[in-house]
Ligand binder design. Sequence first.
Ligand SMILES: [Fe+2]
Length: 340
Amino acid sequence: MSHEQKAAAEPLHEVAMLAATEIYSPCRRDSVDFFSKILGMYIVREDANATYLRSYEDPFAYSLKITDGTQAGPGLQSFRAHSQAALERRAEVLEASGLGDGWKAGEFGHGKAYHFRTPDGHRMKLFFDVDYAVVAEKDRTTLRNRPSKRPAQGIPVRRLDHINLLCSNVTTNKNMMIDTLGFRLSEHIVMDDGNEIAAWTRVTNLVHDVAFMLDAAGEKGRLHHVAFWYGIPQHLMDVAELCVQEGIKVEAGPGKHGISQALFLYVIEPGGNRVELFGDAGYLIFDPTWKPVTWTQDEVQTGIMWVGADLPQDFFVYGTPILEAASAAEETRQSEPAEA
Ligand SMILES: [Fe+2]
């Protein structure tokens, strides 16, 4: 039985959602300004080496952590389990898979968590106990089903949507998420030689919570993008205009993906990480026996870009850490005298 058949035959409901993402930035202040002033996210906590932010409809204490780093790149990706028992069951499976890093004490916003890695080394954790957003009196809203006011600055995103991870082998990394955590495959691209070059996986009704794409550079563990949701397509044009005005690079869009059908915009935040903004969520999946959609080599362009200009070549090769920056940092490190 294939991984997909196994997942479809006996769906697990143990991992509930992507709760938070972490990115590294070599210029944290500029990154925080982008996310708070242009994307309208609340700054909820500042530590010596990290800033925590949340969108106005994110339910928990934070959804984005920006940590000081010598270069851009992915940090820890945090998923919430459905229950404490589900967390403990998944931890056992992860431990047995050889990809576990063990239990670690709680940290800001999240209780005790089981840490693990993808086969490529992307760092992740699963937790259950969580702190909900603590909203200052001035930011509370009478709209009782919304945690906080819609900020009156920038074009505010509503919630964290998904992450897209570059990897050296899509199938290996995707199967790990299916086998250990109960993710399910929504769509993928399979080349004529059988090589799977991209896969969109989910634990929610969204088309994807985590996507994997082949890293053209052959590297392991890089980030393609983190994505936040608007739900309103016009906001993509509005935020694109703000980005141009403020000198933020707009890489592609607004446009419409074939895969996921979502309306998108890609920008590069000041730290160098790619950020996707979703004008809508595309379609949703409610069918318990959903058959994954396979796009062929001939259909790659259509799948990625249904409406809009072709994506720039950089879209397929750029990721973080940026390879040139990684090389430079490594050279600097090697040229530094060893510590006494
Ligand atoms: Fe995406």
